[in-house]
Design a protein around this ligand. Structure first.
Ligand code: NAD
Length: 484
């Protein structure tokens, strides 16, 4: 362990708790240097966090929704004040360019404001009864203690989707962020304390998969909200004790269809943005593009030029478009997918290796060049498995039916995109693409006030929007015999 490295603590029951057990070292993915150490919370720490959340639930569930709303707005304001600190923490531990990290924090603040408003809009209903003298009232009540587990690619935003919706609904929560990106989440929790959130309503335990495993199997947790890989999602489904709701936001392999009627420049811009942003480490990144045959050569020419203009480097430096991948394992997986495609006769138009001209300080970083592969077939890994890196596979198609069939031909169902200027094509695409989100003529699938979730192996349940809060609420049917 390097000396002088900043050590952080878990936040349990409204206090930062000193730690005496094992530690996790957090590294800067651009340089490989150690940044910080955080506790690897053990079973006893998880027990304390769950117990604190349970105690706090008794009061928080009864707190007037407008009070909860005011607190969430106050946290949003604190997040905005801390934007620079949180953004620097994100870039340092996750790697994305600093401007994008600022964007992530701004979206987090917006999520707090959005769910603050939703807190006051938890509506029930009344239902007529067959017998006179009865009334059925359907009320919504918070589920209880939530166990939230998150990945590293959008470290604070993905915590925010769960934290804000759960607190707004009247639930309390224990958050276990990724072991690769805990520091930005710790900075977020400072905002919760500063805003005066009552002790125990939100608790933070840092740790690795073993900490997460203990949390999901904990009998004191009433609901699991998980974002991460398919493999971990499957393990979690098997580990949960008792009968309890689980929300799983898992991986994707997202297609982009470009028809001959499309605005080609807009399609090229969209493809470059959604394939390479955050070094392709986005669950709704475009992994594969299907392009109608007679515009295929022109699309590739323009996209090669767009990819050539992307600058790879340390996200802290001005003008960098693509930072490092967050983990060395991510680089290995990217290279495996690229070699697999090239071995199966894909044409490598750009990238396919680590950048040559990295400065000395970045030599240990997890960099990979933005990579473009043409003439891909469905058998290549890049066309059906999640790469989670800066790689795009492209293939031509003849009919729209063929393109839709190829797009749907994966076990995933998170998001799909298409560019077209034909109204019939538009509605055929939106009706037949089997994905939770479909973007037409743009590549920004998620907005905070519309539901977001995967189909098939991409998950169960929804985040964002009114629907995102429903997952933290239970129905109660109250049947009253009033005799009138
Ligand atoms: P991961 O599954 O390896 O880890 C996610 C979290 O689970 C981490 O906090 C980790 O410590 C924890 N964990 C690991 N093993 C566990 C276990 N047995 N029990 C409980 N918790 C455990 O995923 P990752 O590599 O951090 O993230 C990348 C993945 O996340 C990609 O597949 C990506 O598509 C997915 N993702 C999905 C969405 C979405 O909204 N659908 C959004 C972002 C990322």
């Amino acid at each position: 362990m390097a000396t002088g490295m900043q050590a952080y603590e878990c936040f349990i029951d409204g206090r930062w708790e000193s730690h005496h057990g094992d530690w996790i070292t957090v590294r800067n993915p651009a340089t490989g240097q150690t940044l910080a150490r955080v506790p690897c919370a053990d079973a006893a720490a998880v027990d304390r966090a769950v117990a604190a959340a349970r105690r706090a639930f008794a009061g928080w569930r009864r707190t007037n929704p407008s009070t909860r709303a005011n607190l969430l707005h106050a946290i949003a304001d604190r997040v905005t004040l801390a934007e620079a600190t949180i953004a620097r923490a994100i870039t340092s531990e996750q790697g994305k360019p600093l401007a994008e990290a600022h964007g992530e924090v701004q979206k987090l603040a917006k999520t707090f404001h959005f769910y603050a408003e939703e807190a006051t809009r938890v509506f029930g209903s009344t239902i007529p009864n067959e017998e006179d003298g009865f009334l059925s009232i359907v009320e919504r009540e918070p589920i209880g203690v939530v166990g939230a587990i998150t990945p590293w690619n959008y470290p604070v935003e993905l915590v925010g989707w769960k934290l804000c919706a759960a607190l707004a609904a009247g639930c309390t929560i224990v958050v276990k962020p990724s072991e690769y990106t805990p520091v930005s989440v710790i900075e977020l929790f400072r905002c919760l304390k500063q805003a005066g959130l009552p002790a125990g309503c939100a608790n933070l335990i840092t740790g690795d998969g073993s900490t997460g495993q203990y949390l999901v199997a904990h009998p004191g947790v009433d609901k699991i909200a998980f974002t991460g890989s398919l493999a971990t999602g499957q393990t979690i489904s098997r580990s949960v004790t008792g009968i309890k709701p689980i929300t799983l936001e898992l991986g994707g392999n997202c297609p982009l269809i470009i028809t001959a009627t499309a605005d080609l420049d807009a399609a090229v811009k969209g493809a470059a943005r959604r394939a390479y942003r955050n070094a392709g480490q986005i669950c709704i990144a475009v992994n594969r593009a299907y392009v109608q045959r007679h515009i295929y050569p022109a699309f590739l020419d323009r996209l090669v030029a767009a990819v050539r203009s992307l600058r790879v480097g340390d996200g802290m430096q001005e003008g960098v478009d693509i930072g490092p991948l967050t983990t060395p394992a991510g680089v290995a997986k990217v290279d495996l997918h690229v070699q697999d495609a090239v071995g199966k006769q894909a044409r490598l138009l750009r990238g396919g290796k680590r950048p040559d001209a990295l400065s000395k300080v970045l030599q240990e970083g997890n960099f990979y060049e933005p990579t473009l592969l043409a003439d891909c077939t469905q058998q290549m890994l890049v066309m059906h498995e999640e790469t989670f890196g800066p790689v795009l596979g492209v293939a031509p198609f003849d009919s729209l039916d063929e393109a839709i069939e190829l797009a749907n031909a994966t076990p995933y169902g998170l998001a799909a995109y298409a560019y077209t200027n034909d109204i019939r094509e538009t509605f055929k695409l939106t009706r037949e693409l089997d994905f939770g989100s479909v973007g037409i003529n743009h590549v920004d699938a998620g907005i905070i006030n519309a539901p977001y979730g995967g189909r098939k192996q991409s998950g169960i349940g929804y985040e964002h929007g009114h629907e995102g809060m429903q997952g933290y609420l239970l129905f109660k049917h109250v049947r009253v015999r009033h005799g009138n």
